[in-house]
Design a protein around this ligand. Structure first.
Ligand code: UT7
Length: 331
């Protein structure tokens, strides 16, 4: 059977580094609170770069790493598109010289990258597409309320992209399976209330244009949903919990990542933490964390890697793969 195989990975971050100290000068917060409650040490915020700009930069690096110049499909996971309409993916495809590739955005908030991987993998397995470029890219700094300390300290901007190519099921780099889910009853826990058809606002200064999150409730949901999804996935692909070498969860909070490992029964040492460097980058967090782990030689060919994400919607998703020999394009 044909399966999607990961053949290249690339990332991009905006130039502007924002430290906890900088945020402490204008918000009622401290480096100590941010580090102990979240694990975040710093983040990068756009100073003009759009989501599409970061997506194109990460996409270009992933294509170069995979030594590929043509793909048939571009799937971009984002909560912060360049415009409400049209999608950002077609412009990214065009800027990357990808001709008339099918291109569309996916809105599954912080679970978007795993959702996008699932869709692109299924399209490859079904023969609907050949190669695909899957990108998670965000500029949350554009939707954060600058006065809200509970969200401003958490989110960062960035992008990560992977090239998927048709290959053999079971080969290194092929996805063993997916588990996806949602619960719309929790939609108000993570929200940008305005700017859509329910509340047609969104102009500068308008009520409802900022991102809101009920942190404590989200924390609990994040742990139970990711643990449930990852356990289901492991059972369905036949991986024992003690066979997982690396757990790459959505980078929201180190305490969430450790609780996830405890729930799953995998050692905390297998958890990849990247939020100390980039904060919570929503749909970009998993590919950025993978690139970090690979760059630091924590992720080696042959390692069994479990990915699990949770986000607004509510949405969640997990997948697993054996890490391949992989060139990585970072900056
Ligand atoms: O990406 C999608 C998934 N997102 C997540 O999974 C995020 C999940 N949630 C969390 O990571 C945590 O809930 C937060 C980091 C957002 C908050 O941590 P917490 O330990 O749950 O804090 P809390 O919201 O219960 O607030 C505790 C206290 C409050 O003060 P009082 O009411 O006890 O006086 C907050 O006002 O901490 C206060 N607080 C802050 N203090 C200093 C909230 N934000 C800050 C801050 N600096 N930045």
């Amino acid at each position: 059977m044909t399966a999607a195989v990961l053949t290249g990975l690339g990332t991009a971050l905006p130039a502007r580094l924002v430290t906890n100290e900088e945020l402490s000068t204008r918000l009622d917060t401290t480096d100590e609170w941010i580090r102990t409650r979240t694990g975040i040490g710093q983040r990068f915020w756009s100073s003009g770069e759009s989501t599409g700009d970061l997506a194109a930069a990460a996409g270009e690096r992933a294509l170069a790493a995979a030594r590929v110049s043509e793909v048939d499909m571009v799937v971009l996971a984002t909560t912060t598109p360049d415009h409400p309409c049209p999608a950002t993916a077609p412009e990214v495809a065009s800027r990357l010289g990808l001709g008339h590739a099918a291109a569309f955005d996916i809105a599954a908030v912080c679970s978007g990258f795993v959702y996008a991987l699932a869709i692109a993998s299924a399209a490859i397995s079904a023969g609907l597409t050949g190669r695909a470029l899957v990108i998670g890219a965000e500029t949350y700094s554009t939707i954060l309320d600058p006065e809200d300390r509970s969200t401003s300290v958490i989110f960062g901007d960035g992008a990560g992209a992977v090239v998927l190519e048709p290959g053999e099921a079971g080969a290194p780099g092929s996805f063993a399976g997916f588990d996806l889910g949602s619960d719309g009853a929790g939609r108000e826990l993570i929200q940008v209330p305005g700017g859509g058809s329910r509340e047609r606002t969104g102009a500068d200064g308008a009520e409802g244009r900022y991102f809101t999150m009920r942190g404590k409730a989200v924390f609990k949901e994040a742990v139970t949903r990711m643990a449930g999804s990852a356990s289901k996935l492991l059972a369905s692909v036949g991986w024992a919990k003690d066979s997982v070498d690396l757990l790459v969860g959505h980078q929201a909070n180190t305490r969430i990542l450790h609780a996830l490992a405890d729930h799953l029964g995998v050692p905390r040492e297998s958890v990849v933490v990247d939020l100390d460097r980039v904060g919570n980058t929503s749909a970009a967090s998993i590919p950025l964390a993978l690139a970090r782990a690979a760059a630091e030689h924590r992720l080696r060919p042959g390692d069994r890697v479990l990915l699990s994400a949770f986000g607004g919607g509510l949405t969640w998703g997990s997948t697993a793969l054996v890490w391949p020999e992989l060139p990585i394009g970072t900056h």
